[in-house]
Design a protein around this ligand. Sequence first.
Ligand code: PHE
Length: 446
Amino acid sequence: MSAPRGEFTSRFGFLMAAAGSAVGLGNIWGFPTNTASNGGAAFLFAYLILAFLLAYPALMAELIIGRHARANAVTALQSLATGPGTRWFALAVGFTGIITVSFILSFYAIVSGWMIAFFFDPLARMLGMDGLAAWLTTDGSLRNSLFLILFMLLTIYIISAGVKEGIEKWASRLMPSLVVILLLLILYVFTLPGAMDGLRAYLVPDFSRLADTSLLVSAMGQAFFSLSLGVGTMLVYGSYISKRENLPVIGSLVALLDVGIAVLAGMLILPAMYVALNSGVEIFDAQGGLIAGPGLIVSVLPALFGTMGVVGVFVALAFFALMTIASLTSSISMLEVPVAYGVESLGVARRKAAIVVGSIITLISLAIVFNFDPWFDRVVTYTTEMSQPLLGLAFCVFAAWIWNRNGVLEEIRQGSPEAADGWFFRIWPFYVKFVCPLAILVVYFQ
Ligand code: PHE
């Protein structure tokens, strides 16, 4: 009944896809401002530790389960079940993951739509269409609806094409472009007056902030969201990895790429904000903190680009292309979670599954657009702050408590025969069994 499963054809393809999922608005938008407002390098330090000690083990749990089961999230978790109780638990966790990731996509698509609208703004201005440019950059239900639909169409298009021809092909094209654009923008912004003040604000550590538990909570939330954990994305991508691959190594490369690009993004955003300050743009909010919410992307940075004359047109195009690429390589990984379930467990053709699920998510997105104030923040909070950490915890429980240790070891051994003696298998089981669940719970109840 089910179609043959896709597989990534190369390590590079998988890395680009998984790093593409991980690197998103969370890295380029969330991370830099979070760092600057939470003690600079002190936050970075906490983030690096949490990312490698907590998020990386949780990422590995998903990748290992996925590659072992070679199936979508629901089937994969069920295959680990040891009795009716755990089967039922698997079903609940798998479905909650599918629902959560669908709702994450529904708000992500709205924000990504803004990025596309802002990408067209400099083009419209170049063509002298100032009315259009003003419409593109003014918040409104019509604009938001049209661009979120456009964004969802792109996402559906890529996912319809499958793992190799869709996800791998596009991630392998888009991610290198993202890195190049990011580096060029950093180099350019560094030449402008004020940039070094921004770098200082970003990196000079305020270690007294490390005692602050809210800093640790935001660092951990940031790490989980950024590595796309808890909702089955990494599990599904893991299920498409060849059995010959060395999982601990490619998992750590994904984490390194994600953290690396987040750190680089900070070297663009903070200097850019201080360059803006230097040109008279307000970058602090009423409480004296850095403007970090939507205002950063839709007003502070465009105001900066506006002061740059002709160069500003190209800088704006590059910047919003960067944001759109980052969003798209994340959104495809989100849509793949429900689509993989539809294809494998319900026997629906991939194209049809992508269109049907994509359309349902688009409708939810539209409903949020028309009820923005009461719904948007709520959807973000329920999915990313409540559901995602608990699901992350559930994945750790599956990998370390329900599945037996030998099964895990056998799976890792497939691509790295010496796994039993390596450092990874000495530390990881303990982490996933005790440290990760405990840490997630502590943070959750904060
Ligand atoms: N990691 C993505 C980001 O940083 C968001 C994401 C969350 C992607 C959950 C997939 C699943 O923007």
